[in-house]
Design a protein around this ligand. Structure first.
Ligand code: ADP
Ligand code: ZN
Length: 219
């Protein structure tokens, strides 16, 4: 595998982007850059950015492009130029994709591939409605699909505090899905034209999906 792959993960909410990005980050030391995680961290820390975006995330709308692009620009500035990375949740609009091209070009970098996670709607509700993460180590669980082995005890770290995302409810999920279909899906043809898209079936268990991703980025 190439050492410093630069990837974009695209797919619906609950499509498994974050789960897979975390696995590849561990395995290959490519940095997971999740705009959703960055916004949630800012909200938790009550920074000016967090205060600004809190209500937006709660309703499932998109954060304005200029705010999101500035966040990514700052992130790139803090990273060594040869660092491999996985963009998880960015770009979500064509304007963001164009801005990303500029940011990369300014730094002499290029994307290697854009992974399009294909997951039908009926899987999404089940994955998202029941999901929770360990407050201490961020291990991810799901009431139905992958509960902790011992109730209320994290398999990974033994922690007993768990977090559910406030936007993981049916109503807000609908708005997140609508945004995905209306705006984010338009980013796919943008990358299609550049020949960067690799389609990956995002259904099935976690290891199977990881293998599919590794297979498409290897060649
Ligand atoms: P998911 O993909 O499961 O919906 P994320 O954690 O990627 O969740 O994003 C959560 C929320 O953060 C989004 O609903 C949106 O409000 C905001 N957000 C994340 N990334 C972006 C982005 N690139 N542009 C605009 N808003 C974003
Ligand atoms: Zn844990």
């Amino acid at each position: 595998m190439k050492k410093n792959m630069r990837l974009v993960f695209m797919g619906p909410p609950g499509g498994g982007k974050g789960t897979q990005a975390k696995i590849l980050q561990e395995k290959y030391s490519w940095e997971q850059i999740s705009t959703g995680d960055m916004f949630r961290a800012a909200i938790k820390a009550q920074t000016p950015l967090g205060i600004k975006v809190k209500e937006i995330l709660a309703t499932g709308a998109l954060v304005p492009d200029d705010v999101t692009i500035a966040l990514i620009a700052e992130k790139f500035d803090s990273m060594p130029k040869d660092q491999g990375f996985i963009l998880d949740g960015f770009p979500r609009t064509v304007a963001q994709a164009e801005a990303l091209d500029n940011l990369l070009a300014e730094r002499g970098m290029r994307l290697d591939a854009v992974i399009d996670f294909q997951v039908p709607d009926e899987y999404i509700v089940e994955r998202i409605a029941g999901r929770y993460t360990c407050a201490k180590c961020s291990a991810m669980y799901n009431d139905k699909l992958k509960p902790t082995k011992i109730p209320n005890v994290c398999d990974e770290c033994g922690g007993s505090e768990f977090i559910r995302r406030p936007d993981d409810n049916e109503k807000v999920l609908k708005s997140r899905l609508d945004n995905y279909r209306a705006l984010t899906a338009l980013v796919l043809p943008y990358y299609e034209e550049k020949g960067l898209i690799k389609v990956v079936d995002g259904t099935g268990n976690v290891d199977v999906v990881t293998n599919r991703i590794e297979k498409v980025i290897e060649n």
